[in-house]
Design a protein around this ligand. Structure first.
Ligand code: IPE
Length: 241
């Protein structure tokens, strides 16, 4: 299974490069309690690390930069966050290994993503937990652009044939106009989807749902309270299929 930890779950999204330590601890506790016999790939977002730096340098999913220092600032913020995630997982005995997309991925002029995953597949057969993250990626004609964790989730889930996908977000699921969790979303019309308020260069909840709808595997969107249940095979929050 593939689990995305939303950047706004594990960071203080409105404060530049600030971890939400208690939330990350909760996530790491849940992962430490997960059934080790099942394959698990973790992908985390950028939150106040990646999005803040990307915004500062005007780098987005479609608009890139040719400035290596700017690219490295965004990537560096993400690897810093990745190290925090890895440290907390290791503290709890989770055999996590980092995978940095910038070093392996590329985007073509038409937006098509190349992301080799042999290292991730082999890590899984060797019982590791690969931890990828949103990043910048070299992009034909644009320098580097932002590669969201959501796009990585879709690619990993598709190429490795994941049986289920989980998106742990700040909301307890996909919300309707009254703020209630929708139990199932099968098209973008099913819910009045709001964008995220804080700096988010990759599109907020509507973008996430659109991305998840393109998956073969069923996806659940849930809050941190639902993470343990998701890892135990239950269906917290919203099913997107
Ligand atoms: C963003 O990844 C990565 C960068 C801005 C470099 P995501 O788009 O997956 O991050 P969150 O989960 O929305 O914070």
């Amino acid at each position: 299974m593939v689990l995305k930890l939303g950047g706004s779950v594990i960071t203080e999204k409105d404060r530049p490069e600030t971890l939400d330590g208690p939330a990350l601890d909760r996530a790491a506790d849940a992962l430490a309690g997960a059934d080790r016999s099942r394959d698990l790939v973790v992908v985390h977002g950028g939150g106040s690390f990646g999005h803040h730096r990307a915004d500062e340098h005007g780098v987005g999913v479609e608009s890139g930069t040719g400035d290596a220092a700017a690219a490295f600032a965004v990537h560096g913020a993400m690897t810093t966050l990745n190290r925090f995630v890895l440290d907390r997982l290791h503290d709890r005995g989770v055999p996590a290994l980092p995978v940095h997309p910038l070093s392996a991925a590329a985007r073509g002029a038409g937006g098509e993503l190349t992301l080799p995953l042999a290292q991730v597949a082999t890590m899984l057969t060797e019982s590791f937990v690969p931890v990828l993250h949103g990043d910048v990626v070299a992009t034909a004609g644009e320098g580097v652009t932002v590669l969201s964790g959501d796009e990585i989730v879709v690619r990993v889930a598709t190429d490795l044939g994941a049986d289920r996908v989980g998106l742990c977000s700040t909301a307890p699921g996909v919300l309707d106009g009254d703020g209630e969790v929708v139990s199932r979303v099968s098209s973008l019309d099913d819910a009045a989807l709001g964008g995220s308020d804080a700096t988010d260069v990759t599109g907020g909840m509507a973008g996430k749902v659109r991305t998840l709808l393109s998956l073969d595997a069923p996806a659940q969107v849930f809050g941190i309270d639902g993470l343990g249940a998701f890892l135990a095979g239950e269906s917290p929050g919203t099913l997107v299929d």
